[in-house]
Design a protein around this ligand. Structure first.
Ligand code: C2E
Ligand code: MG
Ligand code: MG
Length: 405
């Protein structure tokens, strides 16, 4: 037996513990049972691949256990067990995700043995951690980051944004990548926070803006007008009161109209926006578009939103990716679209990966979409090819959808 194929049951119910344990040993898995929360810290070893956690226990509820697992940066997959209804399970799953945990399924009590077998077969293999899941695992020194910013070793990939009513390309979002001499292409989550910590964001940001404006002016403007370009801007950059002036002069340098440039700020960044509000307002007065990214995750919601001169909301991909399987995520998406429209904003959904999500978003009146269903973020040469293809095949998915409607 592979020592890494270990599972842990955290449940006060003896019968449930015994059923899972015998099913697990029949499959050659080693199974620990924690009946009381006090037992589980000793049983929780790093080689546990799967945890089955009861949400309702007398001494400590499953939510508290989730918090503890989050604090310990637990990497095991988690299956939630409960007799509670699916909405409670979904809420617990969202909390677990916010804590950085990986919930892979539910078992609603009383469960059937085939359901248990299915879960154990699918999820009891040892977990492999990719750099994307664990950005901190990449051993990159501060000096390497400093040198990379100085030498400007970053490139931009572009992801098309598609208008949901007619299938036209409404714009491109620029997403940074680091071309690391040893590691290859490094994703932004592994270097953006480090650049911020090292106080190098201004230099990095202006290099990106300069590159993005130059490349999109050149590659995506057959009719003379550049496509709308969305650039992610860290809220720390907005503390510089000269931000709108510097942006305006770069746009002029590239002859790129400000109304075709969207500045994306994350909703959580807006929490600190008291200092940034005048900068955002001045950007808007110069016709730059403002977009609120990752909406639904930052707790600002209505109250703050009224005060920001944004013209666009981007629904966080966490909601979009689960909207076809989770009722509460679909309701969140629906409410965000309604709210955005009431505030006269356009609403974009990111993370659209399948046709089911696409069809639902269309039905809910979302304005635009972005996601792997259409294109992954692409380097400039591949983007040019993708755009040519899109023009010739012009919105195949849209035509199919209309025919089936
Ligand atoms: P974001 O602005 O919310 O960008 C969307 C992220 O979702 C991108 O991840 C994109 O690759 C990914 N994505 C798009 N469609 C799908 C899909 O269908 N499925 C899935 N699973 N993912 C999808 P990426 O490129 O890793 O960027 C992560 C974040 O890093 C961005 O999130 C943005 O906040 C930040 N970022 C990227 N480039 C820059 C930059 O130049 N400056 C700053 N300040 N932040 C940046
Ligand atoms: Mg963005
Ligand atoms: Mg986003």
């Amino acid at each position: 037996m592979n020592a890494a194929n270990k599972i842990l049951v955290i449940d006060d119910d003896d019968v449930v513990g015994a059923i899972i344990s015998s099913a697990a040993s029949a499959m050659g898995l080693e199974c620990g049972i924690a009946k009381e929360p006090s037992q589980f810290p000793t049983l929780l070893t790093p080689d546990i691949a799967l945890i089955l956690l009861d949400l309702m226990m007398p001494e400590m509820d499953g939510i508290e256990v989730l918090r503890l697992l989050g604090q310990q940066k637990c990497k095991a997959r988690i299956v939630l067990l409960s007799g509670l209804d699916k909405r409670v399970l979904e809420t617990a799953e969202r909390l677990a995700k916010a804590l950085g945990l990986s919930v892979v399924g539910y078992l609603q009590k009383p469960f059937q043995l085939p359901e248990l077998h299915q879960i154990l077969t699918t999820h009891s293999l040892p977990r492999t951690v990719t750099p994307k899941e664990e950005p901190a695992a990449l051993a990159i020194s501060d000096d390497e980051i400093r040198a990379a910013v100085k030498r400007n070793e970053f490139v931009l990939y572009y992801q098309p944004q598609v208008n949901l009513t007619n299938g036209a390309i409404m714009g491109l979002e620029a997403l940074s990548r680091w071309v690391h001499p040893g590691l290859g292409i490094v994703p932004p989550d592994s270097f953006i926070p480090r650049i911020e910590e090292l106080g190098l964001m201004d230099e990095f940001c202006w290099n990106c803006v300069d590159r993005g404006l130059a490349e999109v002016r050149e590659i995506a403007a057959p009719d003379g007008r550049p496509l709308r370009l969305a650039l992610n801007i860290s809220v720390t950059s907005l503390h510089d009161l000269n931000f709108p002036d510097t942006f305006t002069s770069l746009a002029r340098k590239h002859n790129f109209p400000a109304e075709n440039i969207a500045v994306e700020i994350t909703e959580s960044g807006l929490m600190e926006f008291a200092h940034a509000l005048d900068v955002l307002t001045r950007l808007r007065m110069r016709n730059f578009q403002l977009s609120i990214d990752d909406f639904g995750t930052g707790y600002s919601m209505m109250g703050q939103l009224r005060n920001v001169p944004a013209i666009e909301l981007k629904i966080d991909k966490g909601f979009v990716m689960n909207m076809h399987s989770s009722n509460s995520d679909r309701i969140m998406v629906e409410k965000i679209i309604e709210m955005g429209h009431e505030l006269q904003m356009e609403v974009i959904a990111e993370g659209v990966e399948n046709e089911e999500q696409f069809t639902q978003l269309r039905r809910l009146g979302c304005d635009a979409v972005q996601g792997f269903l259409f294109a992954r973020p692409l380097p400039p040469d591949q983007l040019t090819k993708w755009l040519e293809n899109h023009r010739t095949q012009s919105g195949f998915l849209f035509q199919t959808q209309v025919r089936h409607a």
